[in-house]
Ligand binder design. Structure first.
Ligand code: NAI
Length: 469
């Protein structure tokens, strides 16, 4: 029987990064993956393919709507959806092949099949043909990720053809005439944007009275306006109670959360984007004695260890944001802990990015969270419409908002809507990781002309005044 220091079950960004770090630190490591390719949801059917389609659809949209203003005349651009999908497939392949290469490079053994935990130290891998292989390990890390949650309380048959999850929405064979998106969260707005730019008439039906719930209210309000300008329609405060297949397409029924008459809308495609749930099927956790919480997540202590010694868990199966980069950092921390180091994740500084156009990015506390916690703060804001580079790139939409502690000026949160927000947010993340103040940020020289100057100006607006407003 093969024996390891560490077996990681699941090879999404949490699992494969954990395995690489462990191997780098000298642990004999193996990974178990049930998909034919490594990389998990993120690389195969999530982050990476969606970014390929987001980029391609954005270029298509710009070619049709923005090029002329920039003095680039071309015939009305024609969509070649099969080629766009080929681009997406090529991007997936190069990424999953890259992970396979990294496994080999780091001498990590890969087992293809469903991993289950017989007991601490014992993993069984069941291949698609039913054959089984038993493995031993000093430690096991569960990194099995998450799956589509469906709509709470509503029985929906996701066939991935008419009623689709994010998986089906990345594979549509033609642009739907009408698309209804259930859920105005990250997936709904990213994939809704893709198909809207490619020509679909998109309506987002959302339970809350705001999109991107949990984001800073200023951000979600302006973001909704920008999306509306781009042609996306919204039904907010609307609880979806039924999703059915109709003669052609699907039918979504919703009722106002505040009470009132139900309404139904038909669509060629219905995208269900109402959240994800931890994926622990067939892992044998109950039998192994691993405790779960009331939301189906694996319970862990501050060192990522479950209720069973030697069994750890990271990423979407445990508490916290369901984000690939959060899982990656947890993977590194566990590998370090298992190697006798002090692995640690700073949950106060985990950036979140929505890859729409413009992007939305945030790190740290929202204004609403600071108010609720009774923390006195100062807010500084700067719009991209006053930034020269943004004007030059026809990207005046959005703003940067910095929130700093009133007494100490320590930056507690930064929120950005704008072109490239997902890149700019990291200067705020580094600043916050080092406990920096808005004055530190505002006095740091920023190259001109860059979009990032708006970050500096927002910081200046926090402790003093911005220059260009
Ligand atoms: P989400 O939690 O972001 O949004 C789901 C939305 O559905 C919520 O706003 C909720 O109020 C709404 N909803 C729930 N039940 C409803 C009903 N009956 N009627 C109408 N609306 C209803 O979940 P989403 O977008 O599915 O994403 C899942 C996870 O994947 C999230 O944790 C997200 O952070 C992660 N993700 C992150 C990405 C990124 O970082 N760019 C990209 C894609 C996913």
């Amino acid at each position: 029987m093969s024996s390891y220091d560490l077996i990681v079950i699941g090879t999404g960004p949490g699992g494969y990064v954990c395995a690489i770090k462990a191997a780098q630190l000298g642990l004999k490591t193996a990974v178990v993956e049930k998909r034919a390719t490594l990389g998990g949801t993120c690389l195969n059917i999530g982050c990476i393919p969606s970014k390929a389609l987001l980029h391609a659809s954005e270029v298509f949209d710009h070619a049709g709507h923005q090029f002329a203003e920039l003095g680039v005349d071309l015939e009305t651009p024609k969509l070649n959806l099969p080629n766009m999908m080929k681009h997406k497939e090529a991007v997936i392949k190069s990424n999953v092949d890259g992970v396979a290469f990294l496994m080999k490079k780091n001498k990590i053994d890969t087992y293809t099949g469903t991993g289950s935990i017989a007991a601490a130290g014992k993993v069984t891998v069941t291949a698609d043909d039913g054959s089984k292989q038993d493995l031993e390990a000093k430690n096991i890390v569960i990194a099995t990720g998450s799956d589509v949650a469906g709509i709470p309380g509503v029985d929906v048959d996701i066939d991935e053809k008419v009623i689709v999850s994010s998986t089906g929405a990345l594979e549509l064979e033609k642009v739907p005439g009408k698309m209804v998106v259930v859920g105005g969260g990250v997936i709904g707005l990213e994939l809704g944007s893709v198909w809207s730019r490619l020509g679909a008439d998109v309506t987002v039906v959302e339970y809350l009275d705001t999109v991107l719930g949990g984001m800073d209210k200023d951000v979600s309000k302006q973001f909704k306006k920008i999306m509306e300008k781009q042609g996306v329609k919204f039904e907010l405060g609307a609880k979806v109670t039924d999703v059915k297949k109709a003669d052609s397409g699907g039918m979504v029924t919703f009722e106002p959360v505040k009470g009132g008459d139900a309404k139904s809308i038909g669509a060629d495609i219905v995208l269900i984007a109402t959240g994800r749930k931890p994926y622990t099927d067939n892992l044998g956790l109950k039998e192994a004695g691993v405790a779960m919480d009331d939301r189906g997540r694996v319970e862990i202590d501050d060192h990522f260890q479950t209720s069973v010694k030697g069994i750890y868990a990271i990423g979407d199966v445990v508490r916290g944001a369901m984000l690939a980069h959060k899982a990656e950092d947890e993977g590194v921390a566990v590998a370090e802990i298992l190697s006798g180091q002090a692995g640690h994740v700073n949950y106060d500084v985990i950036p979140g990015v929505v890859y729409t156009q413009p992007e939305v990015a945030s790190v740290g506390k929202t204004e609403e969270e600071l108010k609720a916690a009774g923390i006195a703060y100062r807010a500084g804001k700067f719009p991209f419409s006053a930034n020269g580079r943004a004007r030059a790139m026809l990207a005046p939409d959005g703003f940067v908002k910095v929130l700093a502690d009133k007494a100490t000026d320590r930056v507690l949160g930064v929120h950005i809507i704008g072109l490239g927000a997902g890149e700019m947010i990291h200067e705020a993340a580094v600043l916050m990781e080092f406990g920096g103040s808005s004055e530190d940020l505002g006095r740091t020289c920023h190259a001109h002309p860059t979009m990032s100057e708006a970050v500096k100006e927002a910081a200046m607006a926090t402790f003093a005044k911005p220059i260009h407003m």
